[in-house]
Design a binder for this molecule. Structure first.
Ligand SMILES: O=C(O)CCC(=O)C(=O)O
Length: 285
C-alpha cells in the first residue's frame, strides 16, 4: 500500500497539477468489498438507511448511456465511508496539497458501463465559492484496471496554473464536446495535452482543484469502470458568509460558519487529530 509520496512525486504534482498512482491506494479486500456495494447503492438500497446527498442516476429514470453518479454515498454505506474517509488517503492528499490537515467535502461514486457518454471537463474549485478558502484536492481511485478507451478520468497537464472559470451546470453529464471548457480557458497559443489515468485496480490519481479534468465516452465495448472519489478541503475550511450551494449549504448552521464534523469529518491532521466517530468504521486493510 502507498503510505507517502517521494519528493519527485510531490514535484510532479506541483508541475502537472495531478499525480497518477499505478496501484496500492486500496487493499485487495477493500476492492472486493467496495465493488459489491455499487449494485445495491444504485438500486437505492442504503445500508445505513440514509440517502446520499445527491442521486444523479436512477435505473429506469435516467438514460442508460449516462455515467451513474452518487455524491456523499458515505452517508448511505459504511464500506464506502471506510475508503473515502480513510486516514491514509487523507494523509496522501494533504502531503500533495501542503495542507496541515484535511476534511471531506464530498465523495463521488461513479460507474461508467460501456456505451456511456462523457463527463464534461471542469475545474473542481469552480464549484467551491460557498467555501473559504474556495479550493480542494481530489483523490480518484479505480476499482478496476483502466484502459484509455474505457473513459477513465483524464487531466489537462499544467492547467492548474490557469485562472478559475465559472462553473458549468448544464453540460456536465453527456456533453457533445467534453473538451469545450478547457479549450476556451487555455491561454493563447497553448495546446491541450490530455493525460488519461491508465492504472491497475486500486490505483488512481490526485488532482489540484484548478486542474481541468473529465472523461471521454466509454467506447471500449466491453469494459465497465467503477471509480470512487474523495474531494478534500483544508482542515480549516469554513462556509462562506453569503455565497451558498444548493445542496451543501443546508449543513451551515445559523450564525456559525464552521463545518460540522458529523457532515464534514476531519480525516487526517498533522497533529494526529481525526474526527473520533471515524474509528467506528470497518477496517478495509
Ligand atoms: O471519473 C470521472 O469521469 C470524473 C471524476 C471527477 O470529475 C472527479 O474526480 O473530480
Amino acid at each position: 500500500m502507498v503510505e507517502s509520496f517521494s519528493l519527485e512525486q510531490v514535484d510532479s504534482f506541483q508541475r502537472d497539477g495531478f499525480l497518477i498512482v499505478d496501484e496500492g491506494l486500496v487493499s485487495e479486500r477493500g476492492l472486493e468489498l467496495l465493488r459489491e456495494r455499487y449494485v445495491p447503492l444504485f438500486e437505492g438500497e442504503y445500508e445505513t438507511g440514509i440517502r446520499p446527498d445527491e442521486v444523479n442516476w436512477v435505473a429506469g429514470r435516467d438514460p442508460e448511456d449516462r455515467t451513474r453518479q452518487l455524491c456523499n454515498a458515505w452517508k448511505a454505506d459504511d464500506v464506502i465511508a471506510a475508503q473515502v474517509l480513510s486516514e491514509r488517503t487523507g494523509r496522501l492528499a494533504a502531503q500533495l496539497a501542503s495542507y496541515r490537515g484535511v476534511r471531506i467535502l464530498q465523495d463521488n461514486v461513479l460507474w461508467k458501463p460501456p456505451g456511456t457518454k462523457a463527463i464534461g471537463f471542469h475545474q473542481d474549485s469552480s464549484y467551491a465559492d460557498y467555501l473559504v478558502p474556495p479550493e480542494m484536492i481530489t483523490c480518484w481511485i479505480s476499482l478496476h484496471e483502466t484502459q484509455a478507451d474505457a473513459g477513465p478520468i483524464e487531466f489537462v497537464r499544467g492547467s492548474h496554473t490557469w485562472p478559475k472559470s465559472p462553473p458549468e451546470r448544464t453540460q456536465f453529464h453527456a456533453p457533445a464536446d467534453w473538451l469545450a471548457g478547457p479549450r476556451a480557458a487555455a491561454p493563447e497559443g497553448v495546446e491541450l495535452e490530455t493525460v488519461p489515468v491508465v492504472v491497475k485496480a486500486g490505483g488512481g490519481s490526485f488532482h489540484h482543484g484548478l486542474t481541468w479534468h473529465g472523461s471521454a465516452p466509454n467506447s471500449s465495448g466491453t469494459v465497465a469502470r467503477m471509480a470512487l472519489v474523495s474531494h478534500f478541503l483544508p482542515v480549516e475550511a469554513r462556509f462562506h458568509e453569503t455565497n451558498v450551494d444548493v445542496n451543501y449549504s443546508r449543513y451551515r448552521r445559523r450564525g456559525d460558519l464552521s463545518m460540522d464534523e458529523s457532515f464534514f469529518p476531519v480525516v487526517w491532521t498533522e497533529s494526529g487529530y481525526r474526527t473520533p466517530w471515524l474509528a467506528e468504521l470497518p477496517d478495509l486493510g
